[in-house]
Write a new protein. Structure first.
Length: 221
């Protein structure tokens, strides 16, 4: 259960309502909304072959396993159109995030006038990371096409991309994946299937709901 200090209430509700207002926008190809989030997956190798499934018996595997590094998954998800891109790497450094953002601006939504990017306020999720990765002209050009909207502290659940990660975890990460390449293969296949189906999230939490359900967080006037 998360909690918020009283002095942080006003900042929380302000940032929360800003995010919720973004989700109420009308679909506009010139001004797409993209939610960005990151997660990590422990790669786990089998130490001995499992027993294949047989009639009346499920496949069996040994309880012992070997840790084999961590795969980092970065997601860009456009909830209004049911599109997502997942990048799998061995790190979650600022340069990795910058490369993902450049791909988003220059290829995924190259024709957009401005992209609204909803994400948590991690220290690497900022314009400075673009300047660390690219020449100033490139970094400035990317920033000119971006609007950053940050979820509040303790409010990462407001990022719709977390819902996609929940589905990914149940459908893809509920079994052992031995290495980063295996994770990348499985994630790419899952992403392609979700994109072909134009799968969307049924987000039903609006500002009006927040002012009722989270009334205790709103300062008294």
């Amino acid at each position: 259960m998360w909690c918020i200090a009283p002095q942080e209430d006003a900042a929380f509700v302000c940032a929360m309502e800003q995010v919720l207002d973004v989700y109420k926008r009308l679909l506009d190809a010139d001004y797409p909304v993209v939610c960005m989030d990151e997660t990590s997956v422990q790669c786990v190798k089998e130490v001995r072959p499992g027993l294949p499934a047989r009639p009346g018996q499920l496949e069996c595997y040994d309880a012992e396993y070997e840790r084999n590094g961590v795969a980092h998954v970065m997601q860009f998800y456009a909830p209004f159109i049911g599109w997502r891109r997942m990048d799998v790497a061995d790190n979650h450094k600022a340069l990795q995030w910058a490369e993902g953002v450049r791909e988003l601006v220059e290829n995924d939504f190259a024709d957009a006038r401005r992209i609204t990017l909803v994400m948590d306020n991690l220290n690497t999720h900022c314009g400075a990371s673009l300047y660390k990765a690219f020449e100033p002209e490139v970094a400035r050009g990317l920033l000119d096409k971006l609007e950053f909207v940050y979820t509040p502290k303790h409010g990462s659940w407001l990022n719709i991309a977390e819902c996609e990660f929940s589905v990914l975890g149940r459908q893809c990460f509920s079994r052992r994946l031995g290495d980063i390449e295996t994770v990348r293969t499985e994630v790419n296949a899952w992403t392609e299937a979700r994109n072909q189906a134009c799968a969307t999230v049924n987000w039903r939490f609006a500002t009006e709901d927040a002012r009722i359900k989270l009334k205790s967080l709103y300062p008294s006037i």
